[in-house]
Design a protein around this ligand. Structure first.
Ligand SMILES: [Zn+2]
Length: 115
């Protein structure tokens, strides 16, 4: 239904929180996570490991649009990242679904208005 990030090897739906936590292990993560362009570039080049099949794949196989949303969500919510433990505190997938639903709703409302 909703085009969530999937593992390009086994096709399992991936949890963005888990993916981002893999990126948080980068030494310069703080800088990367405060600059959108840099974040998206690092995301594309980052080697992720699928928690289901254990295969590695590059971030460029993840939907870029979702990567952008994830960046915005992480920056919109204060304290979304626990830097001490390098953990994500917010449920990114649920927020992405909600975000898509609201966009869809917005589109419908606008279409009705035009008739
Ligand atoms: Zn996989």
């Amino acid at each position: 239904m909703l085009g969530m990030a999937k593992c390009p090897v086994c096709g399992s739906t991936l949890d963005w929180r888990e993916l981002i936590e893999q990126m948080l292990s980068m030494e310069n993560a703080r800088e990367v996570f405060s600059d959108k362009e840099r974040f998206l570039k690092e995301l594309e080049e980052f080697t992720f490991k699928c928690p289901v099949c254990g295969e590695e794949f590059l971030g460029k196989y993840l939907p870029r649009e979702e990567g952008e949303k994830v960046f915005e969500l992480l920056n919109d919510f204060k304290g979304s990242i626990d830097w001490e433990r390098r953990k994500v505190r917010i449920r990114l997938n649920q927020l992405l679904v909600l975000d898509k639903m609201l966009e869809e709703w917005d589109r419908r409302v606008k279409n009705v208005g035009h008739k």
